[in-house]
Design a protein around this ligand. Structure first.
Ligand code: SAM
Ligand code: DTB
Ligand code: SF4
Length: 312
């Protein structure tokens, strides 16, 4: 789907837009189901990159404590806990520029993935850039999906990251897809980009072949110490419009309402679910930032008559 068509969809009257996205949603998904995903930062902070939104970049004083790669046992304990709490997807994130075949830390991650895979949840990892050799090993170890966001439009990307390029992101995505892993790819809104930038991002996402299996939509969490610390919050109706447009452009993708839910009202989240969001991060921590408490989310889903998706 190309930009002019996306713009037309996005700009239609609000209720027409969410009605249409709801129709698309119900054609492809159960309307009452939301997938719960648990996120774990397996290696925190000290990252060489300068992503302006990120509390884990070593270039900014954000107060995030650097931590080494977690042990397999500690990660497995968290994964079991996630499954017991009802998550069907376990996502492990590392604050790395990327991974290299042959690096012992990469081997350690592969070993951990093999074990986590046995628990029966979808296994997602986000380790930064990689090429085909690493992608094939991750696939063989049992990774379901690799998360690598394009984050914003190609034009706006250099405003938020200078240590790697949009093309670098696309190259990693190419390797992920060539290796046969599903792609989890989305972005962040509220970094100072225009609404048109957001639609250009959706245009790139919808142009991937195959299309992403899931699309995380993050609202910037303005982290103290980062260059974006003063950014104002995103307007909730802009978020809902983007969720709806993403649902229409990518009918079969899970649309994950990701970072920034702590600042969204229950009503705002309800509109996002109506518009086509069908996955959330569950549990009180994202990577370094806060997420709503698990019982708050359970209550919200119950009040909206939504059920957590189950394994299989
Ligand atoms: N280092 C890897 C990478 O860059 O792909 C993986 C971890 S990185 C933290 C994963 C994603 O989290 C980013 O691409 C971005 O979309 C999201 N993210 C990071 N910090 C955020 C923030 N402050 N607010 C919203 N989303 C954020
Ligand atoms: C994604 O798109 N959002 C998640 C996951 N993929 C790795 C990460 C959100 C991070 C929020 C900021 C933090 O916790 O530091
Ligand atoms: Fe590093 Fe990823 Fe954060 Fe960028 S988003 S600074 S690559 S951890």
């Amino acid at each position: 789907m190309k930009l002019p068509q996306l713009l037309e969809i996005y700009e239609q009257p609000f209720f027409d837009l969410i009605q249409r996205s709801r129709e698309v949603h119900l054609k492809h998904w159960r309307g009452d189901e939301v997938q719960l995903c648990t996120l774990l930062s397996i290696k925190t902070g000290g990252c060489s990159e300068d992503c302006a939104y990120c509390a884990q970049s070593a270039r900014y004083s954000t107060g995030v404590q650097r931590e080494n790669l977690m042990t397999r046992e500690d990660i497995l304990a968290k994964a079991r806990e996630a499954r017991e709490n009802g998550s069907t997807r376990f996502c492990m994130g590392a604050a790395w520029k990327g991974v290299r075949d042959g690096d012992p830390r990469f081997e350690q991650v592969l070993g951990t993935i093999r074990e986590v895979g046995k628990l029966g949840m979808e296994v997602c990892v986000t380790l930064g850039s990689l090429s085909i050799a690493e992608a094939q090993k991750l696939k063989a170890a049992g990774v379901t999906a690799y998360n690598h966001n394009i984050d914003t439009s190609p034009e706006f990307y250099p405003e938020i990251v200078t240590t790697h390029t949009f093309q670098d992101r696309l190259n990693t995505i190419g390797a992920v897809q060539q290796a046969g892993m599903s792609l989890c790819c989305g972005g962040i809104i509220g970094m100072g980009e225009t609404e048109l930038d957001r639609l250009k991002m959706v245009e790139v996402l919808a142009g991937f072949d195959p299309k992403p299996e899931s699309v995380p939509i993050n609202c910037l969490m303005a982290m103290p110490g980062t260059p974006l610390e003063e950014q104002p919050p995103v307007d909730v109706f802009e978020l809902v419009r983007l969720v709806a447009t993403t649902r229409i452009a990518l009918p079969k993708a899970k649309v994950r309402l990701s970072a920034g839910r702590t600042r969204l009202s229950r009503e705002g989240q309800a509109l996002c679910f109506f518009a086509g969001a069908n996955s959330i991060f569950y549990g009180n921590r994202l990577l370094t930032a806060k997420n709503p408490e698990a019982d708050e989310d359970r209550n919200l889903l119950r009040e909206l008559d939504l059920t957590p998706a189950s394994i299989g």
